[in-house]
Design a binder for this molecule. Sequence first.
Ligand SMILES: [Fe+2]
Length: 284
Amino acid sequence: MNITTRNLTHTDFAVEVIGVTLDDVHKEGVQRRLQYLWLKHQVLLFKNLDTENEQRLAGLSKVFGRLEIHSRIEYLSNQVPELLYISNVKEGDRKIGALGDGEAGWHTDQTYRPTPALGSLLAAHVIPPEGGNTSFADMYRAYDALPEELKHRISGLKAVHSYEHFNEQYSEPSNSKQKADGTVQTHPVVRTHPITGRKSIYCPKSVVPYIVGLSPQDSQALLEEIHERSFRPEFVYEHKWNLGDGVLWDNAAAMHRRDTWDPAYPRLMKRTTIRPPEDLAVPF
Ligand SMILES: [Fe+2]
């Protein structure tokens, strides 16, 4: 099997993976190749997935780690609970998915937890004719491009990550399970990737209300400085979805956000949540 890639960005941050189908992902050689690609690139696009077949979506995700059943239990797939629905679709009065039809600001997944997801796969099952694009920002290169003085200033700092801070802007309040599990956590502003050892900015704009140990004014000023440098166009890949697209990203090295779309149109995305190796799960 010849698995190749095509760059989607001027760097190799985001690539399309060519030459693999879901029939092949149980093969050890294919798995090794995909795992390698995921560490080399931070966003992988798979085209023409059968998103009806949820076991297969879970199977592709399992190549990259153990799957977590997301704590938004009200929006899990009935067939395969490792899949979380992200959708504005309603069945009667019941929403079937998280986030509705609004914007979701820059974040990485589950950083309000002590051991956040390392990876996520998002697959397009129903999409509107336009809008609802998802953008990814390269936190390795954003970090590498920081002035040395700023790298020095943020070294060793920690930031508070609050799910409610995100929810107040973009979603609905945490459910009781999430509240019981905890929705506030502190993580380093600069993260070392648990597997590659590369450093990245780990300070998601929509989730971090403040940096620990600074005055509110100094914290706000530093956050603005970091964010202005994190989301520059040269670090961002904007993905316009086609049906059957599946995008897998590395939450330790990439942030993501999404746009709104005309709420008259349904959109249903299916997402898995990939755990880090347990002994490397706490961000450092
Ligand atoms: Fe997300």
